[in-house]
Design a protein around this ligand. Sequence first.
Ligand SMILES: Nc1nc2c(c(=O)[nH]1)N[C@H]1C(S)=C(S)[C@@H](COP(=O)(O)OP(=O)(O)OC[C@H]3O[C@@H](n4cnc5c(=O)[nH]c(N)nc54)[C@H](O)[C@@H]3O)O[C@H]1N2
Ligand SMILES: Nc1nc2c(c(=O)[nH]1)N[C@H]1C(S)=C(S)[C@@H](COP(=O)(O)OP(=O)(O)OC[C@H]3O[C@@H](n4cnc5c(=O)[nH]c(N)nc54)[C@H](O)[C@@H]3O)O[C@H]1N2
Ligand code: SF4
Ligand SMILES: [Mo]
Length: 676
Amino acid sequence: MGLHYNLCPRNCYDTCSIVSTTRKGVLISVTGNPHHEYTKGKLCPKALDDVKKVYSPQRIRFPMRQRSRYSGFWERISWDEALNLIAEKILDLKTQYGTTLPLALNKYSGNFGILHNAMEGLFTGLGATTRAVGSPCWSAGVDAQTLDFGTFFCSDPQDMAKSNLIWLWGVNPAWTAVHQMPIIFEAIDRGANVVCFDTHFSATAARTHQFVQVRPGTDGLLALGFAKVLVEENLIDPNLSTYTLGHEEFIHYLKSDISLEHCCEITGVPIPTIRKLALEYGQTHPACIWAGFGLQRYTNGGQTLRAIDALGALAGHLGEQGGGVQYGQFETWSFAGMLQNPPHPDNQMDRLLNINRFSEEALACSDPPVKMLWISGRNPLSQDGNLEQWKKLIRQLDLIVVSDLFHSKSSEAADLFLPVTTHYEHWDMNSSYWHYWVGVNEPAILPVGESHSDLQIAWDVSSQLNKLVPGSCTFPTSGDEKATLLRELGPQMLDILGLKNPEEILEDPVRAKFPRTVWENRTFSTPSGRYEFLSTQAANAQLPSLPVFLPPLNPSLNTPLRLLTPHHHSSINSQVYVSDAHTSEVILNLAPELARRYGLIAGDRARIWNELGLIDVVIQPEDGISMDVVIIFQRKIEGSSPLNSLIGTPLTDMGHLTLGAPGFALNETFVNLQKL
Ligand SMILES: Nc1nc2c(c(=O)[nH]1)N[C@H]1C(S)=C(S)[C@@H](COP(=O)(O)OP(=O)(O)OC[C@H]3O[C@@H](n4cnc5c(=O)[nH]c(N)nc54)[C@H](O)[C@@H]3O)O[C@H]1N2
Ligand SMILES: Nc1nc2c(c(=O)[nH]1)N[C@H]1C(S)=C(S)[C@@H](COP(=O)(O)OP(=O)(O)OC[C@H]3O[C@@H](n4cnc5c(=O)[nH]c(N)nc54)[C@H](O)[C@@H]3O)O[C@H]1N2
Ligand code: SF4
Ligand SMILES: [Mo]
């Protein structure tokens, strides 16, 4: 029997610490690590399924080549053949176009372990290439908080237990961040009041004291309505002039432009509720708002978050232990970056395409065109918008490589499939984008079949390239996984973690030694050093300098219903582990009254469509959904067009400042509905 320490590398707030058990080299169980202070020995059902996933008959164990795209005729090939095909294509394209720009990488959130940055490193080692930048998750909110606070940081979320009032706003931790729930319950046990703001009665709402239903994309105005009440009731922090910039202008805007009648009309929240909640927020200390990613997936998402930050600042909740406005952080991601930055072989710039409009922007590249695409830790043909453009892009490409664990919508279009290892089969290091813990993932078993880690694949491709044409790639051609990860702990990260030497991280996950409460001394990292209600940086980026309300998009006559597709409890985006998440039916949740209006009852078959596509659904009326919204929770649906065939590529207002491109305003999707 052997015990090993792993970290769950999924795109999830929690980054859980796992203890895995092996017998005679076989993984036999995984369980939560009881010594981890945040995840406290518990795993969610998605990870508890990991043993089955590692040995699943569906897992791809060998490099494979597809006879023709979408044919499903895959034949096993050797690693040598696969590496040679890739290296030759890279060199051919470089000769043909005289540049490496036709080579493109699209990578995101399959595995957030830092050794997966080897793929970026490999591409940098080739020369200037075409890259996906930005994020489909959280960009607008990250920019908004960076404008307001100066850096993107949040307090230790464990301290939410000390709060006396918690507002869960556009976040669904009961499904998407399950380890935060016990902390919220601890606060409830101490007497805290918890309110959930969502567009529908979510699993989180069911666990709180009060549910406030907000019309999609209007939360910014609601925050401004609350702020207006604080001003009227003189509940604003008397010290604002000592640590904020532009509070007078903001208060003037509230007085002159915001009315509770308008706020109620647009948001759907009654005036007495606005007043009561605002008074409670202004009078309770510490009070914490957790703003989630759900509320910023709109064309006004960044403005929304700036309005919520401004509400927190006005009431004096910033810097309070257990209070503040929490969204996420990347201060615990200050790794050295050695892996993704090998020496640049030429002085050309990479061609950067917004990950949320990748196919459109790639199609628009003509000089030179994109000719080879590597998809790693991504499933864009399921998760992106504008899938028709993806089909067009695929026709233009000479070679599509997918590295993954399983076949996916994206691998259906690929020429080559490279099998990767799971986190039980390779070394890695992981941080969370929420809590303060950082740790090492150690391999528990040997790679299953002929799978290789993404890092090994990058070394091997570089090796093959250099064999064919010496000097054609500056990425290392071999190495040691463990040594590579230890090199990523540079002086800055060692300091953050309070370690003297990198090896100490091998012992146990470490909590970053940041003070528990961010902005406690009320000095900010903005250009003015103050909290900025009024932001020159925003104005310079052609955005409003104040957090004013800008409305979201409106439905049209032909597509009168807004389609929301939030995350599901049993999957991480397109990755599905638990059997109950598999379904051949697309369930459409909607208000019973709305169903009646369309002549529909539970179990009826219906069709939703818009100018982009159509999907057949089964009707499931649910209380607690607004009349202008229909919901499909994101999950793997067998045999149906992908959910995203209904989604375009609307962009959020912000994201460029910190992440290089605006985010995915995917909640600005409208459909029509008809009984079949
Ligand atoms: N189980 C599970 N966990 C996950 C994921 C998963 O797929 N499954 N995905 C991971 C990833 S990639 C991400 S980005 C995070 C996201 O996790 P969260 O931050 O929780 O964000 P979402 O799940 O997108 O949306 C949260 C809630 O916002 C609501 N919402 C939508 N529009 C609005 C609005 O206009 N106003 C308000 N007030 N609420 C609104 C939705 O109905 C939903 O209940 O979760 C991560 N964790
Ligand atoms: N309709 C709709 N669309 C959405 C969203 C939504 O809520 N609704 N959410 C959006 C959001 S927030 C996000 S973050 C994106 C997520 O979109 P993606 O980043 O594409 O995430 P996944 O769908 O999880 O696909 C990740 C792939 O990586 C693979 N993988 C896992 N581990 C590894 C590994 O170690 N190496 C390699 N090479 N591959 C690995 C998985 O098997 C999977 O096929 O989707 C966005 N799209
Ligand atoms: S998916 Fe999230 S909650 Fe589940 S084990 Fe992984 S990190 Fe933890
Ligand atoms: Mo995400």
